[in-house]
Design a protein around this ligand. Structure first.
Ligand code: FE2
Length: 431
């Protein structure tokens, strides 16, 4: 007797439909047909089951604050930072907690079960840190929330940031953050990267820096980051977030940089919804897209993931915590329309994101945690195309959210329901 069986699911890499049996919060068996009873059964009926979505880059302290104290009139990154600084003194523990919890609920409803959120530590009170640690605890049965100590106003530039970041880590924040391109000088940026990586190495923590979120092709802090990773033995444990200056860099320099990033096993996190709207703002035409070089990074052997970054906050007015929206935008911006490339875009919000966070037990094999989402789609590319209903969201073997199947009803020549799904991408190619 299992706790849960998901029946006749389409799984990535498997041609036949599969049953997934779960007990004690884990997947215990995956086979085409499992003849056994279960306390709860979910009928997948040939729809796609994926491991839960992973958001590798988010700001949970600012989310859902849109309009407070005012709207971002220019829509730019710098007005966003100014606006956040106007809001910071007014923040309360309760409002931070309420907004973050609401955001987590949105994430769960959309099948996102693992989030890495940066939390600003440039506030003496560290209210956001306190609030998000509480939210992490409260939401633990439903999603994994990993926190990054993020010195938004500069680790060296902002008085007190250094001490606050250490306090935040002492309080239980998981990852060391940074923002080298926002320090006063290139030299300070490099010094901040060195100091923060040393701190992470000394404490056995991972690193995730906002790195070169700029259109300046000479913003090259990623170079220092990968050098420090190699010097301190942090390979595979550090992420560079945004990396938008790479969009504008000289191609010859990038040909040197890519192998260095691969050597350091740096994870690169692009945030397509935000990069496409915030970068290139000083351009007339042609106007740069600003997103980092995703296909080239993948080609060089660098792990790349997509993050949502913002939802209804000083930097971005839209968003509903749908990681398929993020991957859909990333696919278009990076022009990743090849078949394998589209599948990679799905991986960047699932398995590749899990590698950024260093998640254990992620996946749909026996032994993994029973965390998954049933999508009203016939495969990953179909899911990207439709951004369909999340029919069931499962966490540790229990259904924690559901959305009814969407079937538009047409009243043309008589009544009929329309099935929008397609399995064309999943058909085996003839030799
Ligand atoms: Fe960010």
């Amino acid at each position: 007797m299992f706790d849960l069986i998901v029946r006749q699911a389409r799984l990535l890499g498997k041609h036949e439909l599969q049953d997934i049996a779960c007990s004690n919060g884990c997947i215990v068996d995956v086979r085409p047909r499992i003849e056994a009873e279960a306390v709860e059964a979910v009928e997948a009926r040939g729809y796609l089951v994926s491991p839960g979505f992973v958001d590798s880059h988010f700001h949970m302290d600012a989310t859902l604050s849109l309009g407070r104290p005012r709207l971002n009139r220019s829509g730019t990154l710098l007005e966003g930072i100014a606006l956040w600084n106007e809001l910071k003194p007014e923040l309360t523990l309760e409002s931070l907690r309420d907004r973050a919890l609401q955001c987590c609920r949105m994430a769960v409803a959309r099948g996102t079960l693992h989030i890495r959120s940066h939390v600003d530590v440039c506030d003496e009170r560290l209210l956001a840190v306190q609030a998000l640690l509480e939210v992490r605890r409260e939401m633990a049965p439903y999603l994994d929330l990993q926190l990054v100590a993020f010195p938004q106003d500069g680790y060296l530039r902002s008085p007190g940031a250094r001490a606050n970041l250490l306090r935040a880590l002492d309080m239980g924040v998981d990852v060391v953050g940074g923002i080298p391109h926002f320090e006063r000088t290139m030299a300070d940026g490099a010094a901040s990267v060195r100091e923060l990586c040393e701190l992470a190495a000394a404490r056995g923590l991972r690193v995730d820096m906002h790195c070169d979120e700029s259109d300046d092709p000479l913003s090259r802090h990623v170079e220092t980051l990968v050098a420090e990773i190699c010097r301190l033995g942090l390979q595979g444990r550090a992420a560079g977030s945004h990396l938008t200056s790479m969009h504008s860099m000289d191609n010859y320099y990038v040909s040197k940089l890519l192998p260095l990033m691969a050597e350091a096993q740096l994870h690169a996190v692009a945030n397509p919804l935000i990069n496409i709207t915030l970068q290139g703002r000083h351009d007339s035409y042609p106007r740069r897209r600003g997103m980092t070089r995703v296909p080239e990074l993948l080609e060089a052997g660098v792990n790349v993931a997509f993050g949502h970054d913002c939802i209804m906050d000083p930097w971005y007015s839209l968003g509903s915590y749908d990681m398929l929206d993020v991957a859909h935008m990333g696919l278009h911006v990076a022009q990743m329309t090849g078949l394998e490339q589209m599948r990679e875009c799905f991986a960047m919000v699932t398995t590749r994101g899990a590698r950024v966070l260093g998640l254990d037990g992620y996946g749909l094999e026996p032994g993994c945690f029973a965390d998954m989402v049933l999508l009203q789609a016939r495969g990953p590319i179909d899911a990207l195309r439709l951004r369909p209903a999340r029919l069931a969201v499962i966490r540790r073997g229990r259904v924690i959210a559901s959305t009814p199947e969407v079937r538009p009803r047409l009243l043309l020549h008589g009544e009929r329901e329309l099935d929008l799904t397609s399995d064309v991408y999943e058909r085996r190619e003839k030799n």
